[in-house]
Design a binder for this molecule. Structure first.
Ligand SMILES: Cc1cc2nc3c(=O)[nH]c(=O)nc-3n(C[C@H](O)[C@H](O)[C@H](O)COP(=O)(O)OP(=O)(O)OC[C@H]3O[C@@H](n4cnc5c(N)ncnc54)[C@H](O)[C@@H]3O)c2cc1C
Length: 282
């Protein structure tokens, strides 16, 4: 199918994009178009105006500091994957990017677009949630910071205002005694995951768990973050073991059923992915 008629506005700057977003009725930001255009082709979205930010040099940077990795809003998934700087500062970003779609989609789709799209099956929604990252926005009334915990409100619903665009996403780096791992199951390579988990485990000087948490994708309307602190703090993951962690997760997760998986099967799969991602952090 073809989309409804729309006007195309290539923005020359972030300020212009914010101004257009404010002035035009029923306008949407266009980044990589890998989610928005299919929705428009299926007539599930029919914005009257698209404001293209994909060519903006001021949004094209990956910045790595002592403590954080910041990804600009026109940086594509492929550029994150190919960035040695980002990969060595935060290997979890690269691990997650490899699981997203196919190369042609990663070549145009952006990391920040994934976050704005707020698909609970998106890998980056889980990564930014488990790391307690944030996005920075711009609008005619000024920018603001939205913590990951406040960003996702429901399937394809974020707390971004209609007149606001994401300019960057920031991910805290992990400490030297912190390990992370991503595990998911998809029906075919490149498909959205039926269920998945990304774990972050911090160890104390005795190699016992100091804190551990996981974010789950495709199990609820928003990424679900589970803390293992009560279960694992002061112990070792292998001493607690598969059964206890599996049962704990089964009691914590409340997935939905759909055409891909029943709620029960998805709960089982998510609990196994939770265990697998924790086990990979040992
Ligand atoms: C076949 C297929 C398979 C896919 N598989 C996966 C997968 O396994 N995992 C996964 O995570 N994704 C997957 N995707 C989606 C892909 O990752 C997209 O790139 C991503 O979801 C959206 O990024 P985009 O830059 O293309 O955004 P767009 O499609 O341009 O925009 C998506 C939405 O976000 C808004 N938006 C985009 N950027 C901004 C911004 N800076 N500020 C405010 N709003 C903004 C747009 O207005 C729109 O509403 C898949 C897509 C396809 C077509």
């Amino acid at each position: 199918m073809k989309p409804s008629p729309f006007s195309y506005h290539p923005a020359a700057s972030v300020d212009e994009a914010a101004q257009l977003l404010y002035e035009l009725e029923d306008a949407k930001i266009l980044a990589g178009g890998q989610s928005l255009i299919p929705l428009m082709n299926f007539r599930l979205a029919s914005p009257m105006h698209l404001i293209d930010i994909s060519g903006l040099a001021e949004l094209s940077e990956i910045k790595v500091s002592e403590t954080e990795v910041e990804i600009g809003a026109s940086v594509t998934h492929s550029q994150v994957l190919q960035s040695e700087q980002a990969g060595s500062a935060l290997p979890l970003l690269v691990e997650a990017e490899k699981l997203i779609a196919h190369e042609v989609i990663r070549n145009r789709g952006t990391l920040c677009g994934s976050l704005a799209h707020a698909d609970p099956a998106g890998e980056m929604t889980a990564v930014i949630s488990v790391l307690n990252g944030r996005v920075d926005t711009a609008s005619v009334s000024g920018g603001r910071t939205i913590e990951a915990t406040d960003l996702f409100e429901g399937p394809l619903q974020s707390s971004l205002r209609e007149d606001e665009l994401i300019v960057s996403a920031t991910f805290p780096k992990l400490g030297p005694r912190t390990v992370s791992s991503f595990r998911e199951v998809a029906r075919r390579h490149g498909d959205y995951a039926v269920a998945g988990a990304v774990s972050v485990v911090e160890y104390d000087n005795n190699d016992q768990v100091q804190s551990a948490r996981a974010a789950f994708l495709s199990v609820g309307p928003v990424p679900t973050v589970v803390s293992f602190d009560d279960l694992l703090r002061g112990t070792r993951i292998e001493d607690v073991g598969h059964s206890e962690i599996y049962n704990f997760l089964s009691s914590q997760l409340e997935p939905h059923g759909d055409l891909q998986a029943s709620a029960d099967y998805r709960r089982h799969l998510a609990a196994e992915m939770g265990w697998a991602s924790l086990e990979a952090c040992i």
